[in-house]
Design a protein around this ligand. Structure first.
Ligand code: NAP
Ligand code: ZN
Length: 368
């Protein structure tokens, strides 16, 4: 049995956990940069709770509240300028995956002057600043991962900065912040979290230990997704379970990486502006069908964890959740297939899809 397991993030979960554990911020540094999106952190109370905690601990801070969805590198560069000017020594990301990932890149760029190529190399001359993360979506698991996914216009795609040095040292999980999420974002982000657990389970890097986390995550999200079909609203209990399960999914991909689904999903987000989690969700059934030909037993176990008796039941569940699908042309399928066929995640899939397999997954995803 070959296992290596590394998880430096201190994970604190529970209602009002920031208030109760405010003292932990002081272990990261003496002046913070808070990094958020434009609106949600102000509306769901998370930014106010972090401000109050820092105030209580006597820690001064600056604020960058302009992170865009699927942040381009320049967005993080703008925030890093403020980090340098204000001489902060740690960064607190609050929000969905976009602000959390931007916070990680700010932590790198605050101590390193790097061109884009060097940033994406994942090797830095100076140690990045410590990062704390407060997720307000239940999807990316970024609060525990070494990845920061940025939009890189030079390659017309999204790309991951990966380094163990940007794994947040502190993650505060309070499901109360996710209560303001609209139903469609709740569903899309849950599909992202499911994708992490499932892809990690189908990764060449999976181990007995990562499978434990993946199975638990798939069980919880599978149950929640069945409840979300036709739901008018989402209970607090379900929100808490989703936040927990998305963190588990983050721990999975920290060890396994993502695979073909994420590789194929990025062009859908870059070119068609389809939400990250939704893009993955659209591709999941085709991916499992592709893998089932050679890994029937493993796919069967995954379906069982997700509460589905077979692939058709899984397809019907996802279709019910995603509703009306976007239109995609044959030319776009061709372009995206060639773009994603060289993605770094692809070879981590248990069986590496050929360009024909990739084309088929796109076609199945959009009902072609
Ligand atoms: P997101 O892009 O962070 O946020 C999507 C939208 O949801 C934004 O408009 C945001 O508003 C809003 N929002 C966030 N929290 C909310 C809340 N509690 N209530 C109401 N609205 C809220 O979405 P995401 O799906 O969490 O993150 C996607 C990004 O993460 C992608 O770039 C993806 O590639 C990346 N990702 C990273 C990892 C990793 O390991 N690092 C893994 C998977 C995906 P505001 O802008 O106003 O905040
Ligand atoms: Zn993802």
């Amino acid at each position: 049995m070959n296992i290596e397991f590394f998880m430096p993030a201190r994970i604190v979960m529970g209602p009002r956990c920031i208030e109760e554990h405010s003292g932990l911020f002081g272990r990261l540094g003496s002046k913070a940069l808070i990094v958020t999106g434009r609106h949600s952190a102000k509306l769901n109370g998370s930014e106010q709770d972090v401000r109050a905690a820092l105030h209580k601990e006597g820690i001064p801070y600056a604020l960058f509240d302009k992170v865009e969805n699927n942040p381009p590198v320049q967005n993080a560069r703008d925030a890093a300028e403020i980090a340098r000017k204000e001489k902060v020594d740690f960064v607190i990301g609050i929000g969905g995956g976009s602000p959390l990932d931007a916070a990680k890149v700010v932590a790198i760029l605050a101590t390193n002057r790097l061109g884009d190529e060097d940033l994406f190399s994942g090797v830095f001359p100076c140690k990045p600043l410590p990062v704390a993360a407060v997720p307000t979506t239940a999807g990316t698991g970024s609060e525990v991962t070494q990845y920061a996914i940025m939009t890189w216009h030079a390659i017309k795609n999204k790309k991951s900065v990966a380094s163990n040095e940007i794994i947040p040292q502190l993650a505060f999980l309070d499901a109360g912040y996710t209560e303001t999420l609209p139903l469609n974002v709740t569903v899309n982000t849950a599909l992202d979290a499911l994708s992490h657990a499932l892809e990690g389970y189908m990764s060449v890097r999976s181990t007995e230990l990562s499978d434990l986390f993946a199975a638990e995550s798939m069980k919880i999200i599978g149950r929640a997704l069945h409840e979300l079909v036709d739901a008018a609203n989402v209970s607090r209990a379900v929100r808490e379970k989703l936040l927990y399960a998305s963190m588990l999914g983050g721990i999975v991909i920290t060890h396994t990486g993502t695979t073909a689904v994420h590789a194929l999903g990025y062009p859908l987000t870059y070119f068609l502006n389809i939400d990250h989690g939704r893009a993955n969700g659209l591709l999941l059934h085709g991916y499992l069908e592709f893998l089932a030909a050679d890994f029937r037993e493993r796919v069967g176990k995954a379906l069982n964890y997700m509460g589905c008796r077979n692939l058709n039941e899984f397809r019907d569940l996802v279709n019910a959740l995603v509703g009306q699908k976007e239109r995609i042309s044959a030319e776009e399928i061709e372009n995206f297939s060639s773009l994603s066929s060289s993605a770094g995640q692809l070879p981590l899939t248990l069986k590496v899809p050929s360009i024909d397999d990739i084309r088929l997954m796109y076609k199945q995803g959009f009902g072609h």
